[in-house]
Each structure stands twice: as C-alpha cells, then as structure tokens.
Design a protein around this ligand. Sequence first.
Ligand code: S3P
Length: 159
Amino acid sequence: MILIGFMGSGKSTVAHSLGERMNLPVIDLDKEVVRMTGMEIPEIFKAEGEAGFRKREQEALVQIGGARCIVATGGGVVTYEPSCKLLENMEVPVVYLHADFETLYARIKNDSNRPLVKSREQVRALYEQRLRIYRKTADHEIDCSASVEQVVSSILRIG
Ligand code: S3P
C-alpha cells in the first residue's frame, strides 16, 4: 500500500501504525532518499534544487519496486511525472490522505525541515495545485483530519 498526500497529512505516522496492524514492513520515502544520498532534505534542496530532489525521490521509488510493504511518500512525489507514473502502475492500492488546507498548514507551519514551507500563500498555492493530482493518482481517499487510530481503521476497512 502506498500513502500519498500533502505535508502534514500524517503519512509516516499512519504508515507505521498500519505496518504494525498489517504486519508489513514500512518504508518512508524521505528517509530512503536521505539514506541513499547521505544528505538531509534541506541540504539536497540547497545543493540540487527541487528538481534534483524529485529525481532522487524517483530513484528511491524504483528501488522499492513491488515490495510487499507500506510506503509513506513525500508530499510532492506526485508532481514529478515519472514518479507519478510509477505510482499509478504499481499493483498496490494508492491511498490519498486528505484534509483541508487550514488543518494541514497548522501542522506544518513551524517545521524547518520542510524547505517548501515558506509563506502561507505559497503553501496554499502548492496545496491547490496538488489536490487534483492526488485525486487522479489515488485509488482511495481517506479523511486524515481524524485521529491516527481513526485514519488507520478507515484504511483497514478498504481491505
Ligand atoms: C515535500 C514534502 C516532504 C519532503 C520534501 C518535499 C513536498 O515530505 O519530501 O520536503 O514537496 O511536499 P512530507 O510530505 O513527509 O512532509
């Protein structure tokens, strides 16, 4: 299963909880990129720009391939066409964790480890651009403004 969604949607937390419940390994794509490059995310953005980061993210996705696991992606993975295609062609459900902008912004606004969190208006523009792509890419949409337990239960009900 692959979790997609905007920053702050709880992809990593939900993935870990799902992994325990489903007895499956969990892969956090951001952590894979950090492991593979030996650099932290803000450093990658600084050295290689967003384009470099997206390429790294796609390489990490290719490595995961069709492994039986829960994957928590980074919020922008769907903005890079080759990564988006990989996600669409994987034979596992892609689940979009959705919440409204204000809920997500409140969760991420003070995080210095996310280079794309700049002004509120910039983050809102990103959110609005991406909404359509998340919905196009996912097989299922789950409301992630609820508690982690509720989100996990809703995902488990998908089957
Ligand atoms: C990004 C989201 C981050 C991380 C990077 C870029 C984005 O992951 O991949 O900072 O473009 O939305 P999270 O969604 O886990 O914060």
